[in-house]
Design a protein around this ligand. Sequence first.
Ligand code: DAH
Length: 358
Amino acid sequence: MSDELTALRDELEGAVQAADSLEALEDVRVRALGRRGSVTGLMKSLGRAAPEERRERGQALNLLKQAVSDAIDARKAALAEAELEHRLASERIDVTLPVRPAPEGSLHPISQTIDEVTQIFGEMGFRWAEGPDIEDDWYNFTALNIPPEHPARQEMDTFYLAGEAGSRPVLRTHTSPVQIRTMQAAPPPLRVIVPGRTYRSDHDATHSPMFHQVEGLAIGRSIHMGHLKGCLIEFCRAFFGVADLPVRFRPSHFPFTEPSAEVDIGCTREGGQLRIGAGGDWLEILGSGMVHPKVIANCGLDPEEWQGFAFGMGIERIAMLKYGIPDLRTMYDSDLRWLSHYGFRPLDMPGLIAEAAE
Ligand code: DAH
């Protein structure tokens, strides 16, 4: 091919590559191969060439024409494909829902257990109540009829804050002071369930200096021991998911209740393995009683008019029993392997319905 034709071919191929739309490409085609196009013009001029040149030039022009038209075809295909891609991307309608994110965390068994307990009592008409972790001596002890010589008041059991002896603030040793705060806050009748942190100077496989309790209180004009028994039997059966779970009320003593009862549930301990359910053996799970008249009077209420029952239990203890957790201390280790094993899915609402359906 002559230098002149090579230069023309390079120029036309460059123009083909530079065409960025099908219209621009068509312009290049018309300029080269159209009736008045540059390549067509050269073909027409072939007749005027000397006969000895004609053959060679004819071949070269054919090659040129072929090269240009191949380049145009290839570019056309590429542009058509790009245009289709562009349309597919810009006209796309996403009819799918976004994927739900996989849960990244889990609920600690203590939170789960608090949810379960409050749910069960919630369905019996108890509402959630709370009180401060740092309590006055009066709320934690005196108002609850706990005498000065009671062991719970001793330094070795209780974390005291700085202050005058007898009125020093304490890290509450139980959730019972919220009984007092509730009765002072609004007139009865009332029913509250009070989960929260509590503190005692204790540390071993079943005791931690910080732990959780849940308190319950029901006050009315005619609430009696039958209500206490009915509510707590119902709770034990719902919580442990055993419909015929034996529940026993054992006489006991607490300064703030009279009479007082500890509540045991049926179990077996065959082969060292604890199983909750009927079996002739007993396991203590909570303290309860009829609220002492002095406690009612300490809240400014008339014990001749108002009476009721109260109970308290350890959250860790019932969580360990229900979920087979052998060592209390692992609950506060923040070990992710432990949490993914014993944890619960967030938003998995506890309820009685699943248990009833089993
Ligand atoms: N406050 C008691 C404790 O920490 C538990 C308790 C027992 C609470 C009997 C009560 C009750 O309300 O009636 O051991």
